[in-house]
Design a protein around this ligand. Structure first.
Ligand code: MF3
Ligand code: CO
Ligand code: CO
Length: 266
């Protein structure tokens, strides 16, 4: 790989690059809005994936996950104790399921990456609490972003809040730089120490996507090579936004146009 993209160099994007990310991020967010009414008892995750695939193509974009390092589908759908990278298929949703749907659209060369939680009501009180804490953890992470602060500050904001709520932060997966590539520098850890790590600067584009477990943080990968689950089979939740660092904070590229920020959505 070349020096720009070897995983060390963090690209500082000029203001004109924000427009491409706005469009790609907005499409990912629209896709997550579109799927909300389809998340119902009885539907299969494969059916949800097909809707996402078609919606993405209909809007002039390509699903980034399809054939990415051999990944076979156009979205990741991670139910209950699945932490991330659940592969859509024949699994039907049932009352009480909580799930993350993660979509990435490539629009005019820019990657739009976002995920949210969805629920099939009624859900357990603890599941609802986990979703609320994970949502708030992402908000705390977003609020920690401004030039001069560090990635350690960001990770600490998330970790300290989650652990105060007696849940745990997954260590095995992280957020990532994003732009004209799916995953690039820097890694965005959702834990850390204040003042440590890379100093944030205007023009950095990255995701924040904390995975929070109701039990222990440990994960394992199933035999399909993708599906990550909690080792203790406790519930897991995740929300993901894609942002650009600005002069005084950050711009969120993946806000829901329909106001579907956190479930329940109806
Ligand atoms: N969208 C995921 C992320 O947030 C990546 C999924 S890669 C896949 O980074 F291959 F698992 F689809
Ligand atoms: Co991501
Ligand atoms: Co994602």
């Amino acid at each position: 790989m070349d020096g720009e993209t070897d995983g060390r160099h963090i690209i500082l994007h000029p203001p004109e690059h924000f427009e491409g990310m706005r469009a790609a991020g907005r499409l990912a967010a629209m896709t997550l809005d579109m799927i909300a009414p389809h998340v119902r008892s009885g539907v299969t995750t494969g059916e949800l994936d097909r809707l996402i695939h078609q919606f993405t193509l209909d809007h002039g974009a390509v699903p980034a996950t399809l054939n990415y390092r051999g990944y076979p589908k156009s979205s990741c759908i991670s139910i209950n104790h699945v932490v991330c990278h659940g592969i859509p298929g024949e699994r039907r949703l049932h009352d009480g399921d909580i799930l993350n749907i993660d979509v990435t659209s490539i629009l005019d060369g820019w990657f739009g990456d976002s995920s949210r939680m969805y629920v099939v009501e009624p859900i357990a009180r603890r599941a609802s609490m986990l979703i609320d804490v994970t949502y708030e953890a992402l908000q705390r992470g977003l609020a920690a972003v401004r030039p001069g602060r560090t990635l350690g500050d960001l990770g600490h904001a998330i970790q300290s809040y989650v652990e105060q709520q007696r849940f745990s932060v997954v260590r095995d997966f992280c957020g990532h730089g994003v732009g004209q590539r799916f995953h690039e520098a820097p890694n965005i850890l959702h834990f850390g120490k204040p003042g440590q790590g890379t100093v944030l600067a205007p023009g950095m584009f990255f995701t924040i996507e904390p995975m929070v477990n109701a039990g222990r943080p440990d994960v394992k990968i199933l035999e399909d090579g993708w599906t990550a689950v909690t080792r203790d089979r406790s519930l897991s939740a995740q929300f993901e936004h894609m942002i650009g660092v600005t002069e005084d904070g950050c711009e969120i590229f993946t806000l829901s146009p329909g106001g579907l920020h956190k479930p329940p959505y109806s």
